[in-house]
Write a protein that binds this ligand. Sequence first.
Ligand code: SF4
Length: 105
Amino acid sequence: MLVKEAITHGKVSLGNTKMPGSTFAICAFACITGGKLAKVKGSVCEQCNMRRLQKIRPCVDQGYKKNLFKWQVSNSSNWIAAMVFQIKRYAVDGYHRWFDSGDLQ
Ligand code: SF4
């Protein structure tokens, strides 16, 4: 698989400098459990940094929404192969974090 082919299913990132390894992020406004918790006063999700980041950085917002959309329209075995390919390629220190933005769909 080539990188350009893999990222058509969603992009694994090395851009989160707060943690080692690679990450995979989706739109925080699509969080299923987080969307419920965002309405609960005092919860972590009520003060979600990723939702705030999406509001102030349009390019981040677009990237997270693209990852969500690509997952939704991908054939699941192609999506898995694309994620495995990217994680193996980028997570050279052995770390990968799912959903540094977003939650389990
Ligand atoms: S991204 Fe995390 S903190 Fe933000 S709403 Fe979703 S689950 Fe909650």
